[in-house]
Design a protein around this ligand. Structure first.
Ligand SMILES: [Zn+2]
Length: 313
């Protein structure tokens, strides 16, 4: 018996999108002034909810009413290597595509850096970017909006999902959503990264469709009526914003959690034990501490982030 999570939907055959403005990248220009808006899928090869969304939008023939729309399947090679017996492996081929963006001026030495150099000019054109991801663990959906106020503001305008996470990215390497103008406080170009839920849950596709419909309508590049009528879901009663303050990494992969944890759980008291890493206690640093994407319920490699901690703001 496999311990892998069930796969609740069929994966799209994306081969028909190989020929584009670049391989697996399609640009649709309205010929009228307006923003350049990009929707990216498969930044991680086994995060399939976004691929279903982009495949559907391309197949529907969606055209911008103003400005330019760019669709991209980023790590298509990893996706094409998906093996249901080892489904987590196809996140990447040589390295994580979403940690390469701080070193794309150097010669490419991996499949992912070569692909990122192909995708880069399209990312540089985009005024607004939505990067569609999903999660290893069965956590609630999150919008990662980066460190700047305008990311939070755009996430609030979309109205979903309920949880917005304001963060500074990864110490292990720059993400696409933090690249270039998106990370510049003086620019107004804005990128969002949606985590739609567990990779292969049917609900992750519902979230990806809902957030993409909200994003495209908000940019003004299409009318809501241009999008499939059943994509947009009822909005949550309210959204909340969490500022990431800490990333807890396991030194040697010997993290023993104090109990099972849920994503976006709020721990009321400072000093609450989360677990032991190499026998050392790890506790919450302040009251009302939010646990973001905890990975404590499974074995981890040395150096991996166990959980990020945040404050409600
Ligand atoms: Zn991802």
């Amino acid at each position: 018996m496999s311990d892998n999570p069930p796969i609740e939907f069929a994966f799209p055959d994306l081969g028909r999108w190989e020929k584009g403005d670049a391989p697996y990248i399609h640009v649709r220009d309205s010929g009228k002034p307006g923003p350049t808006v990009m929707v990216a899928a498969l930044t991680h090869g086994n995060e399939v909810s976004g691929a279903i969304v982009v495949d559907d939008l391309l197949a529907s023939g969606l055209k911008p009413r103003q400005g330019t729309l760019i669709f991209s399947f980023n790590n298509i090679e990893a996706y094409q290597r998906f093996d249901a017996r080892n489904p987590f492996k196809s996140r990447m081929v040589d390295e994580d595509f979403n940690r390469t963006w701080g070193r794309l001026d150097r010669p490419a030495t991996t499949l992912e850096t070569r692909r990122a150099q192909v995708v880069k000019p399209y990312v540089e054109r985009a005024d607004l970017l939505l990067d569609l991801h999903s999660m290893h663990d069965d956590c609630v959906p999150l919008m990662l909006c980066g460190p700047l106020d305008r990311g939070v503001a755009l996430a609030r305008k979309l109205g979903a999902p309920a949880d917005i996470v304001r963060d500074r990215g990864h110490a292990a390497g720059m993400r696409m959503r933090d690249y270039g103008a998106f990370g510049d406080p003086k620019s107004d170009r804005t990128a969002l990264l949606i985590e739609t839920g567990q990779h292969w849950r049917a609900s992750s596709v519902v979230v990806a469709k809902d957030v993409t419909a909200r994003f495209l309508a908000e940019t003004g590049i299409v009318e809501p009526s241009d999008l499939p009528a059943d994509w947009k879901q009822p909005a949550p009663a309210q959204q909340r914003v969490v500022q990431v303050t800490h990333a807890v990494a396991t030194k040697h992969g010997n993290f023993n959690p104090a109990r099972a944890f849920e994503g976006q759980e709020v721990i009321a008291k400072a000093g609450t034990l989360l677990g032991h890493d190499d026998g050392e206690p790890v506790t919450t640093p302040y009251d009302d501490c939010v646990l973001i994407m905890p990975a404590v319920n499974r074995p981890l490699r040395a150096g991996v982030t166990v959980v990020r901690l945040g404050r409600l703001i």
